[in-house]
Write a protein that binds this ligand. Structure first.
Ligand code: BG6
Length: 498
């Protein structure tokens, strides 16, 4: 019998700064709504959107209802019962929402916000779903009005700064008003189901651990490929680039979960201490590795799903001759006892051939072959999206005469085993904030160590006059990224596939 344990969270006031923004409408309200449909939110929980736009509660609720219609994944097939539950939950969810007009830069308005939150026995959470330029004003306003009491929590969206210096400034500022234990730095990749499955796979089984090291692993590849371009975010993206947008946070977090030592428990600090050790062991960049182990690209016009798409330089909000990268591939190394000498290849890009996020562990080749067929090394492929799966590629005998071997895979398809609805990453992380579990959030020292490792790359590119290498939209990036893996006698996963 399957026993599903639902944790009902305590009573709460969740204040979302930037409450009418893109992230809130696309991700936060849909995630909270789905949690509410599953009866995971306390009956008295309130969601207060704070933003500058002049709206009343009704107009705001109508806006959210429209966003839910667009962004909550549709129920398909046999799950009509679930749809009925959603329809029934909608009015309850909308009734939780209130709208508070607030100019974040006007310090006097936070007193009024305080009055509207006072006298409730509930957990208060401030979610800063705004650009980092507004962080100082909001944190200052919360502090000056005394809203930063020790039992509140604050959630910070990325990007947390543009470089090591600005991220340190933001962290110092936050920590002048809140204790570290109150701060939740969100990286939604850590909330994805398969990322946690990676923890389960590694630490809930004995099978892999003896192989999970430099003796048996040839290289590790972590890819987050997207088919989308910069869409409506041209201006933001052009001042950010793929390295800050994806490598500094999502890819490094995936690397940490893949490479870390077994923590003593799932206690937030036990996990984060181990992740930190990985970041501290990252081999520093040198003039040579900056030249040889790093590829930056920018998409040109091309074809996606049969339609022509524009070049990055023709996207709205992008500067003329912009040097911003939309693609990065790099070779890193974790210099410790377990991993020394094993290349960790990381790559990410917009307008790539496929939407795919995966961690690939390439094992070493057998030391000697008794077969005529060349042996492909074993590969463990952990796919986060578009679908969640774990595949172990192995050699098997092809039917027929002789001993011809072919690569086949053992497939662990989570859709097949688990019928339950998957929580969206934001849904899981928001529930974690409500219950005060910081395991899947970045601690200050982790964020700092990640920026420290990426800073030389930012400096290198800032001093370079060579533009990023162009690649056709719809491709797997510039050919230079294949040369990066070829140098070590390996190839990207899609280039090795059976
Ligand atoms: C965000 C980046 O953090 O992650 C976006 O800012 C990117 O540029 C997105 O598209 C990818 O997330 P997901 O969950 O769609 O893979």
């Amino acid at each position: 019998m399957n026993v599903i344990i639902l944790f009902m969270e305590g009573n709460f006031d969740l204040v979302i700064f930037g409450g009418t923004g893109d992230l809130a409408l696309r991700k936060l309200y849909p995630a909270l709504f789905l949690a509410d449909c599953d009866d995971r939110l306390h009956a008295g929980g309130r969601i207060i959107a704070a933003a500058r736009q002049t709206l009343d509660n009704d107009a705001f609720r109508a806006k959210v209802a429209e966003a839910l219609q667009r962004f909550v994944p549709k129920v398909t097939g046999a799950a009509q019962e679930m749809q009925a539950k959603r329809d029934a939950s909608l009015s309850r969810f909308l009734a939780r929402l209130t709208y508070f007009i607030l100019d974040a830069n006007d310090a006097t308005q936070y007193q009024a916000l305080k009055r509207s939150l006072d006298e409730r026995d509930s957990q208060t959470i401030f979610y800063l779903s705004v650009g980092p330029t507004l962080f100082p004003a909001i944190i200052g306003g919360l502090k000056a009005s005394g809203l930063n009491t020790p039992d509140t929590r604050i959630v910070l969206e990325k990007p947390l700064g543009r470089d090591l210096t600005s991220s340190r400034q933001i962290n110092s500022l936050v920590l002048e008003a809140f204790a570290e234990s109150q701060v939740y730095r969100i990286d939604h990749y850590l909330g994805k189901e398969t990322v946690q499955n990676l923890l389960a796979l590694r630490f809930g089984n004995t099978l892999l651990e003896p192989l999970w090291n430099r003796s048996w692993v040839r290289d590790v590849q972590i890819t987050i490929a997207e088919t989308v371009g910069v869409e409506t975010r041209g201006e933001f993206y052009d001042s950010t680039g793929a390295f800050r947008d994806m490598v500094q946070n999502h890819l490094l977090n995936l690397l940490c979960i893949t490479a870390m030592e077994p923590p003593a428990s799932l206690d937030p600090d036990a996990v984060r201490d181990e992740k930190l050790q990985v970041l501290r062991a990252m081999k520093p960049w040198t003039a040579e590795t900056l030249r040889e182990s790093l590829v930056r690209g920018q998409y040109r016009a091309g074809s996606m799903g049969g339609s022509r798409v524009a070049s990055y330089l023709d996207e709205q909000g992008v500067a003329v001759n912009s040097p911003t990268e939309t693609y990065v591939a790099l070779r890193a190394e974790v210099s410790n006892w377990r991993w020394a000498g094993v290349p960790f290849y990381l790559r990410t890009g917009k307008r790539m051939a496929e939407r795919r996020a995966e961690v690939v562990i390439n094992f070493k080749s057998p030391p000697h072959s008794i077969f005529e067929t060349p042996l492909a090394p074993n590969r463990l492929v952990i796919t986060l999206q578009p679908e969640e799966s774990v595949r172990l590629y192995t050699m098997a005998k092809a039917p027929g005469d002789g001993m011809r071997l072919r690569e086949v895979y053992l497939d662990l398809d989570f859709q097949q085993f688990f019928r339950e609805r998957r929580q969206d990453a934001y849904e899981r992380l928001l529930l974690d904030v409500l219950r005060g579990n910081a395991t899947l959030f970045m601690r200050r020292d982790e964020a700092d160590a990640a920026w420290r490792w990426v800073q030389p790359v930012l400096d290198h590119w800032a001093s370079e006059s060579t533009p990023p290498i162009g690649y056709a939209a719809g491709s797997w990036g510039p050919p230079a990224s294949s040369r990066l893996t070829a140098l070590a006698g390996t190839a990207w996963h899609e280039e090795q596939s059976v």
